[in-house]
Write a protein that binds this ligand. Structure first.
Ligand SMILES: [Mg+2]
Length: 376
């Protein structure tokens, strides 16, 4: 058998805003840096090929940036038309350099992420495989923990109720937000949740970058007896030295990386030995092509992996990491998709559907505010 090259016929880009059920606050709201979050912007890329294959992917932005991602994708996507969709590395490089004047990280590469993810979805569908199997999987399910129930806008009673509900749904860990102006209140909430879920249930905390070095060390020491799985984003995402000092000073593992927008930014963290657990985000670092590079670097550095947000994509990627990873459970994106991911005995099951195994819902289509088809 021989391969006949295919070619990209069209790329349809759409932008939509997903409304959240309640305004969401983490520590950044309490330090006055951000307003409560009420919606998440999405950039969807849908690719069609001459041989009749199709794939879709998405990128996202919380608060600002959604319109910029859409505009950048719209400007550069034409460079992919007529190319073989299987040459993902070549396509990524071509699209990257088409917009390199505004940088090879951040909004520019987040715009490419939607296209890159769509190319992987397409390739897996062509191969007749789920994405994890195309990439080469280590496992068919991944440990999962819930984040969406533990934000700072929720009362302690609500946080406890949501934790109970998550555990009943087969989600195997609970993460709660910290970084309130009153540290005593943080401690009270974390201890109350630990008492509520018991010592055996994995528990994490997340300060969303809002502590200074002294506060992070003091709080980290106070949390040591709670056997946390990790302390997430204790410091500013770019403070590699501060994270490294903290990681050396505490027994509790340090996790960070969700706010970094390129492989190069993550490399800085790895070189500084800034964390025990890396938390890259495929849409944020520019897609799956970039994420796969990070997985190789993280594994070589002996780090654990807990990708940030977008479980619909990260479940497949985490399944391919050599060390036992975690995937973050968020129910926020459920209205966008027809399918639901199954959780059981603390693990999220990798779907056996082809590609990413997701289809956009009618509701997602109804939320689209702008759309353009490039090519044809
Ligand atoms: Mg986080």
């Amino acid at each position: 058998m021989t391969y006949t090259p295919d070619s990209i016929r069209s790329i349809t880009l759409s932008t939509l805003r997903l409304p959240l059920a309640v305004p969401i606050s983490d520590a950044k709201v309490f330090t006055g840096r951000q307003k409560p979050m009420t919606e998440v912007a999405f950039l969807i890329a849908e690719i069609e090929t001459a041989q009749g294959f199709s794939g879709h992917g998405f990128s996202y932005s919380k608060r600002g940036g959604g319109p910029a991602q859409y505009a950048h994708a719209k400007e550069v996507a034409g460079a992919a038309i007529g190319e073989d969709p299987n040459d993902i590395e070549k396509l990524y490089t071509k699209l990257l350099w088409a917009g390199a004047s505004v940088g090879r990280s951040g909004v520019a590469t987040q715009a490419l992420a939607a296209i890159d993810i769509a190319l992987y979805d397409l390739k897996a569908k062509r191969a007749g495989l789920p994405l994890s199997k195309l990439l080469g999987s280590h496992r068919d399910s991944v440990r999962t923990y819930n984040t969406s129930g533990g934000f700072l806008n929720a009362s302690l009673d609500e946080v406890r109720d949501r934790a109970t509900q998550s555990i009943e749904e087969g989600i195997g860990g609970i993460k709660i937000k910290v970084g309130l102006p009153d540290s005593a209140e943080d401690l009270r909430r974390v201890r109350a949740v630990r008492d509520h879920i018991g010592d055996a249930m994995p528990l994490m905390v997340d300060a969303n970058q809002q502590w200074d070095r002294a506060t992070a060390l003091r709080m980290g020491r106070r949390f040591e007896d709670l056997e946390l799985v990790w302390i997430e984003e204790p410091l500013d995402a770019y403070d590699a030295e501060g994270h490294a000092d903290l990681a050396r000073s505490l027994d509790t593992p340090i996790a960070t990386g969700e706010m970094l927008a390129s492989v190069a930014e993550h490399e800085r963290l790895i070189e500084a030995r800034a964390c025990d657990i890396m938390q890259p985000d495929a849409p944020r670092v520019g897609g799956i092509t970039q994420f796969l590079r990070l997985m190789t670097l993280a594994d070589r550095a002996g780090l654990d992996l807990a990708p940030h947000f977008a479980m619909e994509i990260h479940l497949h990627l985490a399944a391919c990491y050599p060390r036992e990873p975690w995937v973050e459970h968020f129910d926020w994106l459920d209205p966008l998709f027809e399918e639901r991911l199954e959780t059981k005995n603390g693990r999220m099951i990798v779907p056996d559907r082809l590609g990413l195994g997701i289809t956009f819902s009618d509701q997602a289509r109804a939320w689209v505010t702008e759309s353009v088809t490039i090519g044809e």
